[in-house]
Design a protein around this ligand. Sequence first.
Ligand code: GDP
Length: 195
Amino acid sequence: VLVNDVSLRISAVAASQYPTDGWPEIALVGRSNVGKSSLTNRLINRKALARTSGAPGKTRTLNFYAVENELFLVDVPGYGYAKVSKKQRAEFGAMIEAYLTKRSVLRGVVQLVDGRHVPTADDVSMYRYLAYYELPVLVVATKMDKVKRSQFNRSESMIRKTLGLTPATRVVLFSAQEGFGKDAVWDWIEAHMAA
Ligand code: GDP
């Protein structure tokens, strides 16, 4: 995929701010620090358009990145972080749930998990949630440059088993650092834009 024109359209704190262009949207979800900003920057060939978060969980907006006037990549704030109040967490959860379950232009969700570890309980809950709402999901294992190639099959099996992936759900092993996995992620996004 050639990505020339990308910009942050809006960091939305309310549904009333979501874009009304009608372009398809692909959401990116994952725990704080999983490598979501790094993946986003790698996908769009930018060094630092998406913030890499020094303070986990600080970003609590839905960030809409406009790609080539045809697609929005939507950065959904990281789940499973500690430093927010119960009230904040509830409000924030409601906004995300409404986005994921009611947004008509949402075509699919890329769920990131840390490829170095077994998926967490939060990861499992998130996948079940997405599966329950029958959203197409691509699972991306991040930071795979830290995993030996000889362990790749094992990592994928562990992720499949722990998340309880349906056989049709794809897993892409990815490294923002080295760049591998990027084309497979774009292929999946393109395949789901029309749907
Ligand atoms: P976010 O909180 O999900 O947006 O995560 P970031 O993109 O900010 O990354 C969190 C940390 O993981 C940073 O220190 C990154 O440098 C590191 N990181 C992200 N992607 C990779 C990767 O592919 N390989 C390695 N080795 N580190 C990564």
